[in-house]
Design a protein around this ligand. Structure first.
Ligand code: UFG
Length: 331
């Protein structure tokens, strides 16, 4: 019994691979290596370089490795890019996911776990958002993921496959053992940007707007440690294997931090100040996006272990230092 992890050379996927290996699972990774890194894949996992929409290849991987579950991370994730290249996003995230689901059904893979996003809700308020809230994606990215959720829902009604779609909030941090982390160059995520600035990889950073209707005027997000997120997937897999029904659940901690609180945490972790400038609002940013995560806690038995902003930031900063060393060795 093997788990196929698509996008297993990427940020969240590479953590998932370690999570599964640590739990004694056998893992095969399928990744195009377009944004992921070969070195990010744990050596104990088998890596196949290829596309999730390559029916023959995926069919062969499933049969040769006795794959009985697919965890699907591969996809494009940059919200503004999805606005300028919507068709690319619908192709990469929706169309290819459709083909992958079809292959899974054809090959009789009974369990499918899908990485969805809080972006399916659109602008949420200060109140934690529940799964049954209005779905109103504000970007092709969010819609590309929502359409994938719907395809899974319909496929699960028609065929012998059950799924879990986890809607991620703001994933951050890195493997506490320092084995992998967020490594994409030019990343736009707040915690990564702040860590890069602290370490001098950027001359300064900006706070995108301080006139939002939040306590300190800056946007609030629900930052979730990537290891807790990987654990939620492992629990989802266990639940499906135990006969659990299909499920769509939020993955966040149910409380938000402002941009300024995050930057303060990075200052604490780093021990010194760095150049932070107040900037204009970034188009498309919602004032606050916070999960109601009761469903994941109840249905998956998920108890987050690293629900602490300073812990998330410490792990992110530690990984940023490791990455500096890796890059200087490679150059
Ligand atoms: N921010 C700054 N300065 C920066 C970077 C970010 O002030 O240099 C602010 C943003 O304006 C926002 C907050 O920090 O208010 C978080 O921004 P991120 O870019 O880290 O994350 P987003 O909330 O915009 O997006 C994330 C994921 C998406 C996902 C979305 C779901 O990156 O993939 O959450 O809500 F779709």
């Amino acid at each position: 019994m093997t788990v196929l992890v698509t996008g297993g050379a990427g940020y969240i996927g590479s953590h998932m691979v370690w999570e599964l290996l640590d739990a004694g699972e056998s893992v095969v990774v399928l990744d195009r290596l377009s944004t992921g890194f070969e070195w990010a894949v744990a050596p104990e996992a088998k890596l196949v370089v290829g596309d999730v929409a390559d029916r023959d290849l995926v069919g062969r991987i499933i049969r040769d490795n006795h794959v009985n579950a697919i965890i699907h991370f591969a996809g494009s994730i940059v919200v503004p890019e999805s606005v300028t290249d919507p068709l690319g996003y619908y192709e990469n995230n929706t169309s290819k996911t459709r083909t992958l689901i079809e292959t899974a059904v054809r090959e009789g893979v009974p369990h499918f776990i899908f990485s969805s996003t809080a972006a399916v809700y659109g602008g949420a308020g200060l109140e934690p958002v529940r799964e049954d809230a209005r779905l109103a994606p504000e970007s092709p990215y969010g819609l590309s993921k929502l359409m994938s959720e719907w395809m899974l829902r319909d496929a699960a009604l028609a065929h012998d496959i059950r799924y879990t779609a986890l809607r991620y909030f703001n994933v951050a941090g890195a493997d506490p053992k320092g084995r992998t982390g967020q490594s994409t160059p030019g990343a736009t995520h707040l915690i990564k940007v702040a860590c890069e600035t602290a370490l001098g990889k950027r001359p300064f950073m900006q706070v995108f707007g301080d006139d939002y209707p939040t306590p300190d005027g800056t946007c609030m997000r629900d930052y979730i440690h990537v290891s807790d997120l990987a654990a939620a997937h492992r629990l989802a897999l266990q639940r499906l294997r135990a006969g659990g029904n299909s499920l769509v659940a939020n993955c966040g901690y149910s409380h938000g931090y402002s941009v300024l609180e995050v930057i303060d945490s990075v200052r604490r972790a780093f021990g010194h100040d760095f150049d932070v400038r107040m900037g204009e609002r970034r188009p498309g940013d919602a004032a606050a996006v916070v999960a109601n995560s009761e469903l994941a806690r109840k249905e998956l038995g998920w108890t987050p272990q690293r629900d602490d902003l300073d812990l998330i930031v410490n792990d992110a900063l530690a990984w940023e230092r490791i990455l500096t060393t890796k890059n200087s060795v490679r150059n």
